[in-house]
Design a protein around this ligand. Structure first.
Ligand SMILES: Nc1ncnc2c1ncn2[C@@H]1O[C@H](COP(=O)(O)OP(=O)(O)OP(=O)(O)O)[C@@H](O)[C@H]1O
Ligand SMILES: [Mg+2]
Length: 132
């Protein structure tokens, strides 16, 4: 199993680096090109949300073992303002900042498992897994 990665997200360069790092991590773990790129894109969206709404946070990558074999888990966490209505935030085109509002629903579609945990005033955590 590959070592876990912890990527601190504080600026645009960190977000870009995290997306590249996640793609490389997936390819090194044996993912094919297309799903490997989806993992990178998911990390890019989650890192951009961290920057936009919480200003800073962390992305963790790890290999996981499940009944269906191996996969990669992405965990994005921050101590920002949190999300009051998580159901609304998961709808296509819901955005509190006037952009496309496709980030979180896109991540859910690109990954096999998805969980959004958020407490207003405490922060947000997104956990997502893609199986190989
Ligand atoms: N880490 C976060 N902290 C606080 N609120 C968040 C966070 N991530 C997402 N949100 C909230 O959930 C909404 C939906 O997020 P999503 O990424 O789907 O869309 P967006 O960021 O508004 O637009 P896009 O990602 O398409 O540019 C955001 O508008 C914001 O209100
Ligand atoms: Mg977004």
């Amino acid at each position: 199993m590959m070592a876990k990665r912890r990527l601190s997200i504080r600026d645009e360069a960190d977000a870009r680096r995290a997306a590249l790092e996640a793609t490389r991590y997936a390819l090194d773990a044996g993912f094919a090109e297309a799903p490997g790129r989806m993992i990178g894109t998911a990390v890019s969206e989650l890192a951009r949300n961290i920057l936009k709404y919480a200003h800073a946070g962390e992305i963790r990558l790890q290999q996981v073992q499940g009944r269906k074999g191996r996969g990669i888990e992405i965990e994005a966490r921050d101590q920002g303002p949190g999300i009051a209505d998580t159901e609304a935030a998961m709808q296509d085109h819901f955005s509190s900042s006037g952009t496309l509002g496709l980030g979180l629903p896109g991540v859910r579609r690109m990954m096999d498992e998805f969980e959004l945990d958020s407490t207003p005033g405490e922060g947000t955590r997104v956990t997502a897994v893609k199986w190989k």
